[in-house]
Design a binder for this molecule. Structure first.
Ligand SMILES: [Fe+2]
Ligand SMILES: [Fe+2]
Length: 395
């Protein structure tokens, strides 16, 4: 069947129709072509030379294209980069090559693509089958800080309670900032072949960006400046920001730190003196639960394949404890602020109740950490010990 381009120029889309007509042909087969565009044969001849096809002009203005082997040869050395659907067998490579680079997983990658230098290329280190589900959950659970929080709710707190809320929010902001930086750093090192993990880390960073926004807005809501930031708190967070190993950083940040923060945020939601504080803590806690779930999921799978990771992680907790031994841990202002918030009033009975509530919170945090450590594969005794060595700064 001859192809008639009518007056459509080869450089105006005609090339697409020529390629489409050539696709089903075998090498050596001919395509006859007609058209009235005055430049058609000039363009077609040049294109055939570049693509390795043979060109022949016929009397009367028609042309013949003899299909060459170059198109097939170009893709003959290409390789399929796994499979897009992670549930397929061998869809996710154990160690994807650097030359697959940014290609979509499952794409046919032409040979000669440039080598990238991603540091995290081992499936054992980063992958979890749960990433697929957790990403979908995270994408559907995104909330808008402008509308999800009752910013205009009418309330007025006693000065000291408002000051306590501002101090806690100030503390939360610096912790959330560490929680944003750590996954952001690793997302840039991760081989994009692990697409769902990449997406999950990116959306986790976006979650933290919202937490920083809403805690800042609550701190400033009544016209005050942010509260205190202590050297001890920053020293604790610096050990997270500086941790170069993905498994260790996830363990310290997501399992131990964010796990501890889950208890803190639900505590603040329960004792919140105003509806804005309650809402920001509830929404952040819901996001944190996913961050903890992913940390637990990929570390459980990693440990199952590499039991030698257990002592590496234990040592990381001990090392961090030693590094922070001479720092104050949780700043006294934050502790006092938590007591003030849960006491609500200043009678001795109220303060005693508030103080007890914060001590119960610290106990609950310890129990939660121990439980998670045991779920990861640590012995009960080691779980208890490591949990008690966790930073007093909570994160
Ligand atoms: Fe957060
Ligand atoms: Fe988080």
């Amino acid at each position: 069947m001859p192809l008639d381009l009518g007056d459509l120029g080869f450089d105006q889309g005609g090339s697409l129709l020529v390629k489409r007509a050539l696709r089903p042909l075998s090498t050596g087969e001919e395509l006859t072509l007609a058209g009235t565009d005055p430049n058609l044969q000039v363009h077609l001849r040049a294109w055939c030379r570049a693509e390795g096809h043979e060109f022949r002009a016929l009397d009367g203005g028609s042309s013949v294209v003899l299909k060459g082997t170059a198109t097939d040869a170009r893709w003959s050395g290409a390789e399929r980069a796994g499979h897009a659907d992670p549930s397929q067998r061998d869809a996710v490579s154990d160690s994807p090559p650097q030359r697959w680079g940014l290609a979509a997983r499952g794409a046919l990658v032409e040979s000669g693509a440039p080598e990238f230098h991603f540091a995290l290329t081992e499936k054992t280190e980063v992958w979890s089958a749960d990433a697929v589900r957790l990403y979908a959950q995270a994408a559907s659970a995104q909330w808008d800080p402008a509308t999800a929080i009752p910013w205009n709710a009418a309330f007025e707190l006693p000065d000291e309670v408002e000051d306590a809320v501002v101090q806690v929010m100030t503390y939360l902001v610096e912790n959330e900032t560490a929680a944003l930086i750590v996954p952001s750093r690793f997302v840039a090192q991760l081989h994009p072949h692990f697409r769902e993990v990449m997406q999950l880390l990116a959306i986790q960073a976006a979650d933290e960006a919202r937490h920083i926004e809403v805690f800042t807005r609550r701190a400033l809501l009544k016209g005050r400046q942010p509260g205190l930031s202590t050297a001890g708190g920053q020293a604790s967070l610096q050990t997270l920001v500086n941790e170069p190993d993905f498994a260790t950083a996830s363990f310290l940040l997501s399992v131990l730190g964010e796990g501890t923060f889950l208890s803190l945020l639900w505590f603040l939601e329960r004792y919140a003196p105003d509806p804005v504080t309650a809402a920001v803590c509830r929404l952040a806690a819901q996001d944190e639960a996913r961050h903890v779930a992913f940390g637990m999921a990929h570390l459980r799978e990693h440990i199952a394949r590499e039991p030698g990771l257990i002592p590496v992680l234990s040592n990381a907790v001990r090392r961090r404890h030693d590094a922070l031994r001479h720092t104050a841990g949780l700043n006294a202002e934050v502790f006092d602020a938590l007591v003030s918030i849960s006491a609500g009033c200043w009678t001795t009975d109220d303060v005693r109740r508030g103080y007890r509530a914060v001590n119960d919170l610290v106990e609950e945090m310890h129990a939660g950490r121990t439980k998670r450590l045991i779920r990861l594969g640590f012995s009960e005794g080691e779980g208890q010990e490591l949990s008690s060595l966790h930073t007093r700064n909570f994160m």
